[in-house]
Design a protein around this ligand. Structure first.
Ligand code: UDP
Length: 250
């Protein structure tokens, strides 16, 4: 098969031109980075698992009426997605104090928040993705007020849904990051969920033991990184070895 034209290479994914206009192929790599690229490594099999996990979550979100870029999974490491114009804002939703919130505010990691907190970061590697407010977003034209509204409403709904989904498999959704894009269709433009939802972009703790099942194991050199990603895939029922959907009927 002839290689598709590469449009963009990020830290964990590559985007290729899709087979039809308005589509892209999103390829999941095993590469991992942390601390704004200071720490680099590979997590063997991560791309395959994140492709499956993100597919599973995006399909479920689609079923509850959240518009996403996901079209279908193509193979082990690739999925077909809708082409969007990425809004240069990372939306972080937190249910429990961890990571940069614990550090910045001097709070103990693991403290439950009385209500979910939504934060915004400006997507700019050179600046180290600084935290911003809604006013920065609209003042500098990174997104319109309606788009900010859409991002907040959709993120809170996604959070509620995912908290329940993960709780059902014994996992606490501590925090996670979302990215949105503008999807143009004729004269219409719609805010839709883009990027991925996986243990790369979520903090996932075992509900019973608080064991970390996410990229913090890589960030903090805790070991058992591959196993943590595998455990999340297994609990969600998307571990490739258990997926018999491609196999001939017995
Ligand atoms: N996150 C992410 N990409 C980023 C920054 C954060 O996916 O560039 C996710 C991270 O995995 C965590 C949440 O967003 O689930 C909140 O991250 P935090 O602000 O605590 O920053 P970190 O500790 O990752 O530097």
């Amino acid at each position: 098969m002839s290689r598709r034209r590469q449009l963009y290479e990020g830290k964990a994914k590559v985007l290729y031109e899709g087979p039809e206009p308005g589509t892209l192929v999103q390829y999941f790599k095993d590469d991992a980075t942390a601390f704004n690229n200071e720490k680099k490594g590979t997590i063997t099999g991560k791309g395959v698992l994140n492709n499956r996990i993100s597919e599973f979550i995006m399909i479920q979100l689609g079923e509850i009426g959240i518009a996403t870029h996901f079209i279908r999974r193509l193979n082990m490491r690739e999925q077909l997605v809708k082409q969007v114009e990425i809004i240069p804002v990372e939306v972080v939703i937190r249910n429990v104090v961890a990571g940069s919130m614990a550090k910045r505010l001097g709070m103990k990691e693991g403290t439950p928040l009385p209500r979910s907190v939504v934060e915004f970061y400006y997507k700019d590697d050179d600046l180290g993705d600084p935290m911003i407010t809604e006013e920065h977003i609209t003042t500098f034209g990174w997104a319109a007020l309606q788009e900010v509204d859409d991002m907040i409403t959709m993120s809170l709904r996604i959070n509620d849904f995912l908290c329940g989904l993960f709780m059902g498999v014994g996992i606490r959704l501590v925090d996670f990051k979302l990215e949105y894009g503008r999807h143009y269709q004729g004269d219409e433009v719609r805010t839709i969920l883009a990027d991925e939802i996986s243990p790369d972009s979520c903090r996932l703790w075992d509900s019973a033991t608080n064991e970390k099942l996410d990229k913090d194991r890589f960030r903090r050199d805790m070991g058992g990184v591959e196993e943590a990603y595998q455990e999340v895939a297994r609990r969600l029922g998307v571990w490739p070895e258990e997926d018999r959907s491609d196999a001939p009927a017995a």
